[in-house]
Design a protein around this ligand. Structure first.
Ligand code: PEP
Ligand code: MN
Length: 264
């Protein structure tokens, strides 16, 4: 179902009125985790003013340590909804358990399946069957293209055809960066599938100053969007501060990206 051979034209996915794919760039920005209503609304307004067209925020967080902040849960989703009311930006948030699918159907516009759950096949099947919203499927930490595409296939074969892929860096021998951004994923995925592919340079590099050059390279390489972590106070963020951009930096980045997108 994902195979380009049986569907030659690019798929365009509609996320609450925002088109992704074709010539439409998804510009997703927001904090790693929802921390408070004031925080999310402040960031959402700044992201929108910069030109973002979707708001991200984790309410359920897949943390490496069980002692780290695990997210606000459903209270976080309600905060995202308040930010959507204030700005009109559609909401992107990660689903970790099938238990919450109906709640996500009500509150979230683009349902993220995180890298760590890319091969949680039972979750993929349930999302395919029960999720009424498009899915943002992140690439697993060390997943091959074939494995990643097969995970999209699980969702599609179970009944949800609206899948957007997200490259977020893969594990390599390099430890200086958090992961290694695989820009080759853009042309490869476009050759093998008709699905949109967006790039998350924040989780790829793990450092805020890597975000801008990698975002520009990704747009030049033909990606269908960018998901970028933006935080008003990265030094005190509860999660992923070191890779988060302040709103002013994000504004600058979108200006530069805009110039590249017009040339390409
Ligand atoms: C995230 O987007 O906040 C996240 C946890 O990403 P990943 O699943 O790519 O690590
Ligand atoms: Mn994060």
């Amino acid at each position: 179902l994902a195979n380009r051979a049986f569907h030659p034209e690019d798929s365009i996915i509609d996320v609450a009125g925002v088109k992704v794919g074709g010539d439409h760039l998804a510009l997703i920005a927001g904090p790693c985790s929802v921390e408070s209503k004031e925080q999310v609304i402040m960031i959402a307004k700044a992201a929108k003013a910069a030109g973002a067209n979707m708001l991200r925020g984790g309410a359920f967080k897949p943390r490496t340590s069980p002692y780290a902040f695990q997210g606000m849960g459903t209270a976080g989703l309600d905060i995202l909804l308040a930010a959507k009311k204030a700005t009109g930006l559609p909401i992107v948030s990660e689903l970790m358990s099938a238990e919450y699918i109906e709640e996500f159907n009500e509150k979230v516009d683009l349902v993220q399946i995180g890298a760590r759950n890319m091969q949680n096949f039972d979750l993929l099947k349930e999302v395919g069957k029960r999720c009424t919203k498009p899915i943002l499927l992140k690439r697993g930490l060390s997943a091959t293209y074939e494995e990643w595409i097969m995970s999209a296939e699980y969702i599609m074969a179970s009944g949800n055809p609206n899948v957007i892929l997200c490259e977020r860096g893969v594990r390599t021998y390099e430890t200086y960066t958090r992961n290694t951004l695989d820009l080759q994923a853009i042309p490869v995925i476009k050759r093998l599938t008709h699905l949109p592919i967006i790039i998350d340079p924040s989780h790829a590099g793990g450092k805020w100053w890597l975000v801008e050059p990698m975002a520009k390279a990704a747009v030049a390489a033909g990606c269908d969007g960018l998901m970028i972590e933006v935080h008003n106070d990265p030094e005190h963020a509860l999660c992923d501060g070191p890779q988060s951009l302040k709103p002013e930096k994000y504004t600058e980045l979108l200006k530069q990206v805009g110039e590249i997108a017009h040339i390409v």
